[in-house]
Design a protein around this ligand. Structure first.
Ligand code: ZN
Length: 196
């Protein structure tokens, strides 16, 4: 019986379990306009890609626990000392030293605003979000960068106050575990699996 490929690390090595590729039969491609003569075959390819998060792993782990992490440069000699970054930057772009990880959840709850937004009626392949997708760029007090995410409830508006929600039940450990709703949204209105 086949099972999804699963990976863990032991002794600093990847350990694999399950199936990482699946044999799917080729099927003929035929010409319906010309007596169904053979033109070619489909060639199915299905594989499981192992995507390492490296130093960003703690960010994705924290989303599943209802926490939004950012980073800050604390290097005394850096011109950008004290700059806070989210998306999570492992290293300072100016001095290249390793940043300090900080908890931005409270700042996000109290100060997050829609910087700008776009609504997409159609999506690309493998999209997991309901359409139309309301992409929002979010600004925070005291943060040097803008975060791209999506609004789960309501319609976006410029400078609208939003608060973060987290997929703490059945997390996917991807960026989709973080979403936003207008300030004042009630817990019972949140999408399934999400909490404040
Ligand atoms: Zn720096």
């Amino acid at each position: 019986m086949s099972m999804f490929g699963q990976v863990f690390v032991k002794d600093n090595k990847y350990k694999l379990k399950g199936d990482f590729h699946h044999l799917t039969p080729c099927t003929p491609i035929r010409d319906a306009d010309s007596g169904f003569k053979l033109l070619g075959v489909t060639n199915p390819r299905d594989m499981t890609y192992m995507h390492s998060y490296g130093g960003e792993a703690v960010f994705f782990e924290s989303l599943s626990k209802g926490k939004l992490l950012a980073t800050r440069c604390d290097q005394f000699e850096c011109e950008s000392k004290g700059s806070v970054y989210i998306p999570f930057r492992i290293h300072c772009p100016d001095c290249l030293a390793k940043n300090t990880v900080i908890d931005l959840t409270d700042v996000a709850r109290k100060t997050a605003r829609v910087h700008t937004f776009m609504v997409c009626e159609r999506s690309g392949a493998f999209n997991m979000l309901d359409t139309p997708i309301k992409f929002i760029n979010i600004e925070f007090d005291g943060v040097a960068t803008i975060l791209m995410s999506y609004l789960s409830i309501g319609e976006p508006d410029m400078q609208m106050r939003v608060v973060p929600i987290f997929r703490t039940s059945g997390p996917t450990f991807t960026i989709l575990d973080l979403s936003w709703v207008p300030e004042g949204t009630r817990e019972d209105q949140l999408p399934e699996g999400f909490s404040f």
